[in-house]
Design a protein around this ligand. Sequence first.
Ligand SMILES: Cc1cc2nc3c(=O)[nH]c(=O)nc-3n(C[C@H](O)[C@H](O)[C@H](O)COP(=O)(O)O)c2cc1C
Length: 253
Amino acid sequence: MLNLFFKRRTIRRFSSKPVPEEVVQRIVEAGQRAPTACNLQTYSVIWVRDDKLKNKVLDACKISGAIREAPIIFVICADVYRLSQVLDYLGHNHCFRHGHGYLIKFMSIMDACFVAENMTMAAECLGLGSVYIGSAFANDELIETLKLPENVIPLTLLCVGYPNEQPPTRPRWPLSSILHIDSYKKPTEKEMKAFLEHMNYTLEKEGYYQKYANRESTYHYSDHIRHKTIADQQEKMDLEILSVLKKMRFLPS
Ligand SMILES: Cc1cc2nc3c(=O)[nH]c(=O)nc-3n(C[C@H](O)[C@H](O)[C@H](O)COP(=O)(O)O)c2cc1C
């Protein structure tokens, strides 16, 4: 298991070899074994099997290129709808009826993430590879496409299939930067400089941004993190996401 953890890396090119249904079910069952806050199991996994629907889901998430060939697409959702239904069935005057229960809703995001990561590692165990797609998060077009009820929020796609590439593992901060012992240690300038050099060098060696993002060879990790955090663009996305979370009753309006 530890070997699998240290070997795992995101796969974005998949072979056309079909994945048997029992394998798909096993992956989801392994997901269900993840810890879940108060055993409330506030998550759902949607296996998008229909080809037409799959295209709509990938379009909603603005996926182009090789990832579209992934044979298995899961939509991982935070879900307090099913719990609310059970509580209604019990005739309980529960918090969600009164516009409360945000702690449970935030926990449902954690629940769903643990399921997703268990599924990722189960896929690895079974010789499959995977990639998460972040643009699924509170994506209104995806919500409409899948006709999700209120209190169900898509968090990510998990695209799975047999790998058709063998990329290296990708670089990380050194352990000493992210593991704080007893108290929080702010990053020093030297540490940040060494980190950026390591990231830029290692990803350049793989040709990462050329391979997956059609970027020039002069585009580096330091450009990538700037690009991902442009204030105007993020403000626009924040507003969109907040409005969807409110519409879905995941945040107070
Ligand atoms: C929440 C989340 C969203 C992600 N979204 C995308 C995505 O939209 N497209 C993509 O190609 N990779 C996506 N990834 C994969 C990351 O880019 C990848 O994990 C990261 O670059 C580190 O590489 P590694 O997984 O190979 O170690 C996502 C990963 C996470 C955890």
